[in-house]
Ligand binder design. Structure first.
Ligand code: PLP
Length: 413
């Protein structure tokens, strides 16, 4: 593709998802390339949250748990997300944070494979996943092995019969690399192990087929490509074949077979209901429910096709506009190996991103020197990408980013 504004406009004119942008409340003049961290606000969310607050909470009061279906929302929304990740109904539950879901899933998965003392995870996994795997290993007396995805097969050859659980990200949060879910899942199964996938950077961006690929467990957040809002509840998936023996460590009362019997002992609910933990965050679920409307009638293969088009266009703009300015492309160039993100490396990544954000182009940075540009195909256009790379070129050329004010770091990067 030719990296120019005319091509961007042509690609946007041919884009079957272009009309979806109006489903999001994006401020004028902003190019938003950080939907892989916090998705933009879907336009149905403010009114839905207001209704739940004023009418349901304000007027219906505690009756709303039944009358407004608050109690069943974690499973109802789980099924809505299930549709986006290739999971049939009754296998996905929404609630808690991703970190809590990861802990619950790691322990539950390990308990499904007794006598297998090795827990495998990715040395490049998101920190919370690594920290939790280390803690679970200490808690359960497991041996933690950090194995890069490309080395998994060799490790399974060497000691596969000792591996109980393999916990990997579908998309690497730093580089945007997309791993081969069916191949890795099949390799783990070949050794008799289970796989726990973290879908944070994939759900809503990459078509997934958890059921068809034989995935065992998965977790994911809803505030990135699903645009559920800051801190929106996470989700957990457990394949139906594991439900009967699933023994999650967080035996909260909402996962009980009869929560309102107030029984003295825990008896797990049948099905995915046993993966529920505590009282759901109803306001956050309402925001997420409205956010998921943006995916109604959307075919994720279209989302993927547009995301790949945006990625290809971004890479061609980078190659032509940023050549010789000290940038390197970190993400895989092969489309099939890339999520919905392109990462660049530059020694002055931090101040450059700060200068870019000041100009209305929002991406983010990860240490030590990475600039991340994520694109949600529902609201990012090729023209946005063209603007972003043009502005980045101007910033790099003018060296304006060296101004000391761009060195000031916020708590959250
Ligand atoms: C792969 C992955 N796991 C987990 C998390 C975050 O976990 P939590 O929602 O508990 O903060 C992130 C956040 O970026 C992530 O990228």
């Amino acid at each position: 593709v030719t990296p120019d504004g005319k091509t961007a406009r042509r690609l946007d004119a041919e884009d079957p998802l272009a009309a979806r942008r109006k489903d999001f409340l994006l401020p004028d003049g902003i190019v938003y390339l950080d939907g892989n961290s916090l998705g933009a606000l879907p336009d149905g969310v403010p009114d839905r949250v207001a209704t739940v607050v004023r009418r349901q909470w304000g007027e219906h009061l505690i009756r709303a748990w039944n009358d407004d279906d608050w109690w069943t929302a974690p499973l109802r929304l789980g099924d809505r997300i299930g549709r986006l990740i290739g999971a049939g109904p009754g296998q996905t539950v929404v609630g808690e944070s991703t970190s809590v879901q990861i802990f619950n899933a790691l322990v539950a998965a390990t308990r499904l494979r007794p006598g297998r003392p090795v827990l495998v995870t990715d040395p490049e996994h998101f920190p919370t996943d690594r920290y939790l795997a280390a803690s679970v290993a200490r808690l359960l007396g497991l041996e933690l092995r950090e194995v890069p995805v490309p080395r998994l097969a060799a490790v399974l050859d060497e000691c596969g019969q000792r591996v109980g659980v393999v916990a990997y990200p579908v998309v690497d949060y730093r580089t945007g690399e997309l791993w081969d879910v069916p191949a890795v899942t099949a390799a783990a199964h070949g050794a008799g192990a289970l796989v726990l996938w973290d879908l944070c950077h994939a759900a809503g961006a990459v078509p997934l087929r958890l059921d068809a690929d034989g995935v065992d467990l998965a977790v994911g957040c809803t505030y990135k490509y699903l645009s559920g809002g800051p801190g929106s509840p996470a989700f957990g998936y457990v394949a139906a074949r594991h439900h009967e023996h699933l023994d999650p460590p967080l035996t909260g009362w909402t996962g009980h077979a009869r929560p309102f019997a107030m029984a003295p002992d825990y008896e797990p609910a049948p099905g995915i209901g046993r993966a529920r933990i505590g009282t759901p965050s109803v306001l956050a679920l309402a925001a997420l429910d409205a956010a998921l409307d943006a995916f109604d009638g959307v075919d994720l293969s279209r989302v993927r096709a547009k995301s790949l088009s945006l990625g290809e266009f971004l890479l061609s703009c980078v190659d032509s506009l940023l050549a010789g300015l000290g940038f390197a492309v970190v993400s895989p160039r092969e489309p099939a190996r890339r999520g919905s993100q392109v990462t660049l490396r530059h020694p002055d990544a931090y101040p450059m991103m700060a200068a870019l954000v000041e100009r209305g182009v929002i991406g983010d940075v990860r240490p030590p020197d990475l600039l991340r540009f994520g694109f949600n195909a529902l609201y990012v256009s090729h023209t946005d990408i063209w603007t972003a790379v043009r502005v980045l070129r101007e910033i790099a050329l003018s060296a304006r980013y060296r101004d000391p004010r761009f060195q000031v770091r916020g708590t959250v990067t």
